[in-house]
Design a protein around this ligand. Structure first.
Ligand code: TRP
Length: 453
């Protein structure tokens, strides 16, 4: 007999509230900052196709798995995993998956906050008119100036961390729901404007070709790993963030439908960002493989040259920072929820400690762009290492465990019960993907990268 629990933290007010919060978590720097630059570094078209396949075959099924596990357990990921393991008579060690998530989220937020800080800095630069009529070189210099200043970056990073922890300390639901409601449509409109600008650059077709014409000879095992890692990153999977959000989801809501909606919106935003950026890159003879500075070196050119660019520039960076904020909240929420449930601290104290620790680790990322730029571990700067370790390793491992848990450990009648409002055929497709396809795909990509395959 399957039973359903209620969360002690309450429930979302509606289906829309969950969709907004989960979309807010998914859509963030990953879509607008990271996707374009890794697509650029990995040769475009073929990478994009691999990424889309990963979203469909790995990301979507695992997103559904995380949501249903969360809704069934109705607690922080660590306690949910141990309860559900208990329910399935499985090894209690499954709760280590929750632990892994807490650590990954914390590490991601440490650098995510620094990049979001660059976004805040750019709100002010846009406001002060730093982009008006500027050419590619001037815009590039603006970015390098910011990179070479640890103090400025620490300042913006601190502000972003402070705001994140303030919001988290008040509980995730309330303000967030409202913010995302106008944020997503706003972001969408400005991205469309940027795409319209991209069409006037004369290099639109070249940008589109780069993004959608696959040249599979450019694809390496590392590129496939990056694409797969990014599918986890962009959908906020592998750390239990969606599990936490799922734990507040009312039982009547269809997990299949909401997951498809969220993944669809997330993918649309990433592709739009790419379509806006690459024509600008080609029109201004910039480097497609410019790396983490790509959007900061391209989009200001558009704002500097289009009508109304001053206002749109400010709006764009404000929206980017808000999108980052609605994501950063979900990166630290698993840690905070666990501290509150297990360590007998109140939510405020939990936020102070988690926030301070994240802030300190974030300094490593700040310094990796200036004073410590020569310091390399495994040939990578601290920022690169954190990014690689989390997106390409920890998230896929976390996601793999979630897939195996949902597909092999949970009793099928329990997972079926959670997905009952979908048509049976959807359940069967999901079960096949989560049981065989997703875990096998992650495993094969890993084998390939370590050179076994
Ligand atoms: N998905 C967010 C982005 O694309 C980042 C993010 C938020 C995330 N929560 C997460 C990534 C949880 C992995 C896990 O910007």
């Amino acid at each position: 007999m399957t039973q359903t629990k209620k969360s002690i933290h309450g429930e979302w007010s509606s289906r829309l509230a969950f969709i907004l919060a989960a979309t807010g978590s998914a859509v963030g720097l990953g879509n607008i900052w990271k996707f374009p630059y890794i697509a650029g570094e990995n040769g475009g078209g073929a990478f994009v196709i691999v990424y889309l396949l990963c979203i469909l075959l790995i990301g979507l099924p695992i997103m559904m798995a995380e949501t249903l596990i969360g809704r069934r357990g109705r607690q922080s990921p660590i306690n949910t995993m141990s309860d559900l393991a208990d329910e399935a008579n499985a090894d209690p060690k499954w709760h280590y998956v929750g632990w892994l998530g807490v650590i990954s989220g914390f590490l991601i937020l440490s650098y995510y906050s620094v990049v979001a800080g660059w976004g805040i800095a750019y709100v002010f630069k846009a406001f002060l008119g730093s982009f008006s009529d500027a050419d590619g070189t001037a815009i590039k210099n603006t970015f390098s100036d910011l990179m070479s200043s640890p103090l400025q970056q620490i300042f913006w990073h601190s502000i972003f961390m402070l705001v994140t922890m303030l919001v988290v300390s008040r509980g995730v639901a309330g303000g967030l729901e409202k913010a995302v409601r106008f944020l997503m449509p706003g972001l969408f409109v400005i991205l469309m404007l940027l795409v319209a600008y991209a069409m006037t650059t004369g290099s639109y077709q070249q940008g589109i070709n780069f993004l959608f014409n696959p040249d599979f000879s450019k694809i390496t095992g590392q590129a496939v790993l990056t694409a797969m890692g990014h599918a986890f990153f962009t959908l906020s999977l592998g750390i239990g963030a969606i599990m936490v959000y799922g734990s507040y989801l009312p039982n009547s809501i269809s997990i299949t439908r909401t997951s498809i909606l969220i993944a669809g919106a997330d993918t649309a935003v990433a592709l739009l960002a790419g379509i806006a950026i690459f024509p600008i890159v080609f029109a201004n003879n910039l480097e497609v493989a410019a790396g983490p500075g790509l959007i900061f070196q391209t989009l200001p050119i558009a704002f500097g040259n289009m009508t109304g660019g001053w206002l749109f520039g400010i709006l764009f960076f404000v929206l980017l920072v808000f999108a980052a904020l609605s994501s950063s909240i979900s990166l630290i929420e698993p840690a905070v929820a666990w501290l509150v449930e297990n360590k007998e601290v109140d939510r405020k104290k939990a936020c102070v400690w988690a926030g301070l620790a994240t802030w300190v680790v974030g300094l490593g990322t700040v310094f990796s762009f200036n004073v410590w730029s020569d310091f390399k571990i495994f040939d990578r700067s601290i920022f690169d290492l954190l990014d690689y370790l989390t997106a390409n390793l920890l998230l896929p491992i976390g996601g793999f465990c979630v897939a195996v848990f949902a597909g092999w450990i949970m009793r099928p009648e329990d997972s079926e019960h959670e997905l009952r409002s979908s048509k049976p055929i959807y359940y069967q497709v999901w079960w096949f993907l989560v049981r065989y396809v997703s875990p096998a795909a992650v495993f094969l990509v890993f084998l390939n990268v370590v050179g076994v395959l």
